[in-house]
Design a protein around this ligand. Structure first.
Ligand SMILES: Cc1cc2nc3c(=O)[nH]c(=O)nc-3n(C[C@H](O)[C@H](O)[C@H](O)COP(=O)(O)OP(=O)(O)OC[C@H]3O[C@@H](n4cnc5c(N)ncnc54)[C@H](O)[C@@H]3O)c2cc1C
Length: 437
C-alpha cells in the first residue's frame, strides 16, 4: 500500500482525466492519475469545438497543441445525403460566438500531449495501471489497481472517475441509463482520397444526413480523413453483413457520399461501437465526481464529447480545490457540479434528439435570419454554455418553431430520400463568413 495520501485520485487519462489532473497539479495539489492503456493509442472522437480553445489556454497546453500540426477547423458543413442542400456554419464573425476555430485531432497524439502536459505540471500520471475497485472510508477514498503482476492500493482525499465509456463507478452503482430512442451503432475508420474542401474550409467537418442515418467526415491532415456512419443497431443486425460491406453499401446509396468517397481507400481496418448514448442518474457521490463520458455521453453528431469532458474536468478540479482549501468533504459544492453538468449535457441532448426528426432538419437546413436564431444555434454548437438569457430564449424559440413545423410547415418540408436527388441542387447557405471581419 502506498503511504502517500494524495489530494485526488483520477481513473483514466483521456481528455477528462488529463484536464482535471492538470488544473489540480497547477494549483499545487498531489494528484495520482492511473491509465490502463499505454499511450499513444487509437481513440474515437476527433473533431473538437472552438470553446475547447479557451480551456487549452487556461491549462497552458495551447503552444504544444499549436505546434502539433493539427488541422484548423473554422466551420461545420451539413449536407443532405441526396446532395440537394448544404449548410455551412462558420464560427468566425458569429454574433454570439466568442471563439472562432477548433482543431481536428488524431486522438492518439492529442491525448498523449494532454497526458504529458499533466505530468509536466506535476501530476503523477501512470500508464498501464488498471483500476479494479474503489472504496470510500469517510475521511478519504482508496482504489486498488493492477499493473502487470503488480497490485497496489492508493489513498486520496477525493476520487475523480474519468474512465470514459467504461463508466467505472457508474456501472458499479448501476446508474447507467441508455437512451431508449438512440440505440445506435457507429462504423468508422481512416481513409485517404476522400474529397473535402480546400483553403480555409479544408478543415471543416462534414456531416451528411441520410434519411435515418448520417456520416461524419473529419479531415485529420491534408490527405487523411476520418469517416464514420451512425445508424440504428437494428438496421445493422438485419443487414447480416460485415461492417465494411454495410458501410460501403450505405455510402454508395447516397449521392453526396458517392461524390466524396469515389476514390477513397481505407488506411486502417474499420471499427464499430454501440450504445454510446447514455447518462448516469447521479454524477457525484461521497468524495466522488464523475467527469466526461464517465458522467454520460450522447450521439456524437455535434462533436461535443471532448469539450464536455474538458469542461467538466476543469469544473471538477476547481471544486475539489475549493473543498481541499476549506477542509471539507465538498458535498455542497459537488451538488452544484452535478446541476451544472446536467444542464450542459441537456443542451446537447436536446439538439441530438431533434436532429433525428424531420421538422428539425427542415428548419436547421433552411435557416431564416429572423431574431438571429441561426447565430444562436451556431454559438451553442461552438460550445457556448454560458451565453445567458440572449442565447437561452433563442434556443427555446428555435425548438418551439421545430414543434410548430411538425404540425404546420413554416418552411418547405425537405425530401431526404434519394429519389429527390434528381431535383435541382440548391446553392449552399452560409451562416457566418469565412472572411475576416
Ligand atoms: C462514434 C463516436 C464518435 C465520436 N466523435 C466525437 C467527435 O468528433 N468529437 C468529440 O468531441 N467527441 C466525439 N466522441 C466522444 C468522445 O470520444 C468522448 O466524449 C471523449 O473521448 C471523452 O473523454 P473522456 O476523457 O471522458 O473519456 P476517454 O477519452 O474515453 O478516456 C477514458 C480513459 O480511461 C481509461 N480507463 C478506463 N477504465 C479504466 C480503468 N479501470 N483503469 C484505468 N484507466 C481506465 C481508458 O483507457 C481511457 O484512456 C465520439 C464518440 C463516439 C462513440
Amino acid at each position: 500500500m502506498s503511504q502517500t495520501l494524495y489530494d485526488a485520485l483520477i481513473i483514466g487519462g483521456g481528455p477528462g482525466g488529463s484536464t482535471t489532473a492538470t488544473f489540480l497539479a497547477r494549483a499545487g495539489k498531489r494528484v495520482l492519475l492511473l491509465e490502463k492503456d499505454t499511450f499513444p493509442r487509437f481513440h474515437i472522437g476527433e473533431s473538437l469545438l472552438p470553446y475547447n480553445y479557451r480551456i487549452f489556454e487556461e491549462m497552458g497546453v495551447l503552444p504544444a497543441l499549436e505546434s502539433g500540426g493539427f488541422m484548423n477547423k473554422f466551420g461545420a458543413q451539413f449536407h443532405l445525403g441526396n446532395g440537394t442542400r448544404s449548410l455551412k456554419l462558420v464560427f468566425r464573425n458569429g454574433r454570439f460566438t466568442r471563439e472562432s476555430k477548433a482543431f481536428q485531432v488524431e486522438r492518439s497524439r492529442f491525448d498523449h500531449i494532454l497526458l504529458q502536459h499533466a505530468r509536466s505540471c506535476g501530476a503523477d500520471a501512470r500508464e498501464g495501471w488498471t483500476v479494479t475497485s474503489t472504496a470510500n472510508h469517510g475521511t478519504h477514498v482508496s482504489l486498488q489497481a493492477r499493473c502487470g503482476n503488480e497490485t497496489a492500493q492508493f489513498n486520496g482525499r477525493f476520487l475523480i472517475d474519468a474512465s470514459g465509456r467504461v463508466n467505472f463507478t457508474g456501472n458499479q452503482e448501476g446508474l447507467r441509463t441508455i437512451h431508449p430512442h438512440l440505440r445506435k451503432l457507429a462504423i468508422f475508420g481512416h481513409f485517404e482520397g476522400v474529397k473535402t474542401d480546400e483553403g480555409e474550409k479544408a478543415g471543416d467537418i462534414h456531416i451528411v444526413r441520410l434519411e435515418n442515418k448520417w456520416f461524419w467526415l473529419i479531415p485529420l491532415s491534408p490527405s487523411r480523413v476520418s469517416v464514420g456512419c451512425v445508424m440504428d443497431q437494428s438496421e445493422f443486425m438485419q443487414a447480416k453483413a460485415s461492417p465494411a460491406d454495410v458501410f460501403e453499401s450505405i455510402w454508395r446509396s447516397s449521392t453526396e457520399m458517392r461524390e466524396r468517397m469515389r476514390d477513397a481507400r481505407a488506411v486502417m481496418p474499420l471499427q464499430t461501437t454501440t450504445d454510446f448514448s447514455y447518462y448516469n442518474r447521479r454524477l457525484i457521490g461521497p468524495r466522488l465526481l464523475r467527469v466526461g463520458d464517465a458522467a454520460g455521453f450522447m450521439d456524437p453528431i455535434f462533436s461535443a464529447g471532448v469539450y464536455l469532458a474538458m469542461y467538466s474536468g476543469r469544473l471538477a478540479a476547481n471544486l475539489v480545490n475549493e473543498a481541499l482549501t476549506a477542509g471539507d468533504d465538498g458535498a455542497a459544492r459537488f451538488r452544484v457540479y452535478e446541476k451544472r453538468l446536467f444542464r450542459a449535457m441537456e443542451y446537447y441532448w436536446e439538439m441530438v434528439e431533434h436532429f433525428y426528426t424531420n421538422p428539425f432538419m427542415d428548419l436547421f437546413m433552411q435557416p431564416r435570419r429572423k431574431f438571429s436564431l441561426p447565430d444562436a444555434i451556431v454559438a451553442i454548437l461552438a460550445g457556448e454554455l454560458e451565453g445567458g438569457w440572449r442565447l437561452s430564449w433563442r434556443r427555446r424559440a428555435f425548438f418551439w418553431l421545430v414543434r410548430l413545423q411538425g404540425r404546420r410547415p413554416l418552411v418547405p418540408r425537405l425530401d431526404l430520400s434519394e429519389s429527390a436527388a434528381a431535383a435541382q441542387r440548391q446553392a449552399p447557405v452560409e451562416v457566418g463568413s469565412y472572411a475576416s471581419p
